[in-house]
Design a protein around this ligand. Structure first.
Ligand code: MFK
Length: 486
């Protein structure tokens, strides 16, 4: 009888996650934790079931149909079953709402992002429009646009799938991916006062979103980022027909293939300025900072999944007379992956906690500055790390890891988007420098580091703590020099 190796399996992804459970127990009041634990456990069970289910069916992708049988241009986008399911889950579990509701006060963001972390991989990147929806809600609130808040906010935060809306973020154009200031989309105002957008958006993530925030340049406004205006639009009418826009193509991407990213042409799409005219990049910035936090959470969720599979496999697979986990080199490899993951996890959830505190007016100015500084850092570090961790996890399973049906190749392909969208590593490094020019940021970093290092008190950690202090001081000195450069 030929030997057949059993595949890596997943248990309940909440119950099995020592790191998440430890953090929540440490950071949340016991009453909050016991209130949310059942839904975390339910999503943890769903994560494991969804992983198994995906292994048993062939890959699906959204489908774009341009014409109906009579020759009418319809640009119908059919979504995958997982995307339909994820919309339901997102509303019912409040994956956006939990971050904005007052139920758990400043702990709301921890609650929300624990849910997101558990659901991300099972969502087939439905987390992308959820991140943008969260960003849009944050952006409208920051802009204080009462009309748009009254219209869209209750939908973005709805826990009812029938009324839940998702938002897109339409910035990228052919001349401007990172350099958004090069955007060419024009905004023209009709005689009756209606603004309309004309131009090509080259990477409209989640094209089927109910609303979108889009940057465009009012005619005569001049060049550069500051002349752009942020507009709110609803791309389809009540009958589901596109409002003066066409969907030219769905992007043939390396990964995130269930996510319908599209090339669209705006042909006079009605839109409304979010916060007056001009300063569009500054107005959309709150959205960018929120989606960057989501990106970091989804990156650590990806790492955790890759490591869970590699670890389970190490307890099943025998080589050279013993289990892989009994080989010191293999154990060291897994331990190194886990160490990187845990560091990334702690940084990311620190950002999440700061976000919740800032939103509820708990943090002081120094905390706000630290949040602004750590957000791009968490995004840039975790995005790149997720790719490396997935790659190493594949190697941990050898040839079995390289096979499509096992799921790890898709995890790696999907991870590759994390360092790219929402600011590449270099763009975010420049953002960090932008922040550091504010002396309060450097001081916040100093204070934040000192507070964290105070917690390193166990005698066994004395040497490591000392090394960390020296490295932190070197880093601070280097950052001060960089921040002073023109
Ligand atoms: C699973 C997770 C899912 C995640 C969701 C994925 C959705 C993907 C869909 C996409 O849209 S992907 C495309 C995302 N594109 C980017 O992230 C753009 C990357 N480029 C940048 O981030 C540039 O730094 C940026 C365009 C924002 C600014 O470049 P500029 O043209 O050099 O502008 P400038 O003059 O430096 O900044 C303009 C203003 O914005 C300044 O304020 P003031 O007008 O008051 O001086 C900046 O301080 C402010 N600003 C820029 N970045 C900020 C910010 N303010 C707060 N936070 C920031 N991050």
């Amino acid at each position: 009888m030929t030997f057949v190796q059993s595949a890596a399996e997943l248990g309940n992804q909440f119950h099995d996650d020592r790191v998440l459970r430890g953090l929540l127990a440490q950071r949340l009041p016991a009453a909050v934790l016991s209130a949310i634990a059942p839904e975390l456990a339910a999503l943890g069970a769903h994560a494991a079931e969804a992983w198994q289910r995906e292994r048993e069916r062939s890959a699906r992708e959204p489908l774009l149909t341009h014409w109906d049988s009579q020759g009418r241009r319809i640009d119908r986008v059919e979504l995958t079953p997982t995307w339909h399911e994820s919309r339901e889950i997102a509303a019912r579990y409040g994956l956006v709402a939990a971050g904005h509701e007052d139920t758990h006060a400043e702990h709301g963001r921890l609650h929300q992002f624990a849910l997101v972390y558990l659901h991300h991989v099972a969502s087939a990147f439905f987390t992308c429009p959820l991140a943008m929806t969260d960003g849009a809600a944050t952006c409208l609130k920051a802009a204080g646009n009462t009309g748009l808040l009254a219209r869209a906010w209750p939908r973005y935060l709805s826990r009812d799938p029938a009324t839940f809306w998702i938002s897109g973020q339409w910035m990228t154009e052919t001349p401007g991916g990172s350099d958004v200031g090069n955007s060419q989309t024009q905004a023209r105002c009709d005689a009756d006062g209606q603004w309309r957008l004309y131009g090509r958006k080259w990477f409209t993530s989640a094209v089927q979103a109910d609303t979108a925030l889009a940057l465009a340049r009012p005619v005569g406004a001049g060049d550069g980022a500051d002349a752009l205006t942020l507009f709110y639009l609803e791309p389809r009418d009540a009958q589901g027909r596109w409002r003066d826009l066409v969907v030219n193509r769905l992007k043939p991407k390396l990964g995130t293939r269930e996510l319908p990213s599209a090339e669209t042409e705006l042909l006079g799409t009605p839109a409304e300025p979010v916060a007056g005219l001009g300063h569009g990049v500054r107005t959309i910035a709150p959205m960018l900072n929120v989606t960057r936090s989501w990106n970091a959470v989804c990156a650590i969720a990806t790492m955790r999944r890759a490591i869970a599979l590699a670890r389970d496999y190490a307890f099943r697979r025998r080589a050279f007379g013993r289990l892989l986990i009994e080989h010191p080199l293999h154990r060291t490899t897994l331990a190194a992956l886990q160490a990187d993951f845990e560091a990334a996890f702690q940084l990311t959830f620190h950002v999440v906690e700061l976000l919740g505190r800032a939103q509820h007016g708990k943090g002081d100015e120094s905390e706000a500055a630290l949040l602004r500084l750590l957000t791009p850092l968490a995004k840039l570090w975790t995005g790149k790390l997720a790719v490396a961790v997935c790659s190493e996890a594949i190697e941990c399973l050898g040839g079995a890891g390289y096979i499509e049906d096992g799921g790890l190749p898709q995890l790696l392909r999907d991870a590759q988007v994390l360092p790219i969208w929402e600011g590449t590593t270099n763009v975010l490094s420049l953002d960090v420098l932008r922040v550091l020019r504010n002396p309060a940021a450097l001081q916040a970093w100093r204070t934040g580091f000192a507070a964290l290092l105070q917690d390193v008190r166990a005698p066994a950690l004395e040497t490591a703590g000392g090394a960390l202090r020296t490295r932190a001081q070197e880093l601070l000195a280097r950052l001060a020099v960089l921040a002073a450069e023109p």
